[in-house]
Design a protein around this ligand. Structure first.
Ligand code: AMP
Length: 276
């Protein structure tokens, strides 16, 4: 079966119409696909999987890496062919943001704090584009990675609050052998930075272990931030232990908790998280 690439919402809907009865899944991405993205396609488990590829300008601040973000549609197509010929939706910015565009979607709840403290524009950009993509395809399920854990909770909130007919599924984080979460932004890392980057996941494991052993969650967070700097990160945006369902701050581990972190090496900002 040949892979189909659609560029407009009308083309996408026409391609999906004959397949709708059998079930449709969507995997929204910004392209520069790696095995983490491909694992979402595999997790989707529907006869038709639409992968959207769109570097969404509204989720980047002016000083961020929108222009530098890696883009390689033909390579993305080749990778998607290896996981069973999904349908691609690769819209232009004009298709997503028509002339005069004036409707922004904002989500409260899980978008408070963490990423928002450092990227205040981010979740409105994500929610606006995800709402548009889900309404374009109206999939039965949409799969998002736990790699962007706060984003996954924001999208779940969005789908529930807007009554979208789509179940939002989270999929586990795909990692390199040393624990580094796969990310399109890993391509920015020099060899020396790449060696440092592998420690992010190791430090999060130590933070989780310390939180469980000692019970002082603020101490475990402070330890994690200091450790990240000690292993070579240039700066740490946050190391935070939160309620895994709501991302509200917690002071003990009686409910399921998650440790989340963001840190910079050179010009690259990396994020990671794990269940405690
Ligand atoms: P992006 O292209 O970075 O916007 O990511 C598109 C989707 O892939 C999001 O749902 C991400 O959470 C997910 N994703 C990115 N990296 C990984 C990874 N290493 N493991 C699992 N999912 C991932």
């Amino acid at each position: 079966m040949a892979l189909t690439v659609t560029h407009t919402i009308a083309e996408l809907r026409a391609a999906l119409a004959p397949k709708r009865a059998d079930g449709i899944a969507m995997v929204p991405t910004m392209g520069a696909l790696h095995d983490g993205h491909l694992s979402l396609v595999t997790a989707a488990k529907k006869p038709t999987v639409v992968v959207s590829i769109f570097v969404n300008p509204t989720q980047f601040a002016p000083h961020e890496d929108f222009d530098a973000y890696p883009r390689d549609l033909s390579n993305d197509i080749a990778k998607l062919e290896t996981v069973g010929a999904p349908l691609i939706f690769a819209p232009t910015a004009r298709e997503i943001y028509p002339h005069g565009f004036a409707t922004t979607v904002t989500v409260g709840g899980p978008s408070a704090g963490l990423e928002t403290d450092f990227r205040p524009h981010f979740f409105a950009g994500v929610a606006t584009v995800v709402a548009k993509l889900l309404l374009a395809a109206l999939p039965d399920v949409a799969v998002f990675g736990e790699k962007d854990y706060q984003q996954l909770l924001v999208v779940k909130r969005l789908a529930k609050d807007r009554g979208l007919p789509t179940e939002i599924l989270g999929a586990p984080i795909a990692r390199e052998a040393d624990g580094l979460a796969l990310s399109s932004r890993n391509a920015y890392l020099s060899a020396a930075e790449r060696a440092v980057a592998g420690n992010l996941n190791k430090v999060l494991k130590d933070v989780a272990a310390r939180a469980k052993e000692m019970g002082d969650l603020r101490d475990a967070e402070a330890y994690g931030a200091a450790e990240l700097k000690a292993v070579g990160f240039d700066s740490v945006d946050y190391v935070a232990i939160r309620d895994a369902e709501t991302l509200a701050p917690v002071s003990d581990l009686r409910c399921p908790a998650r440790v989340l972190a963001a840190a910079h090496i050179g010009r690259t900002r990396l994020i990671d998280n794990m269940a405690i």
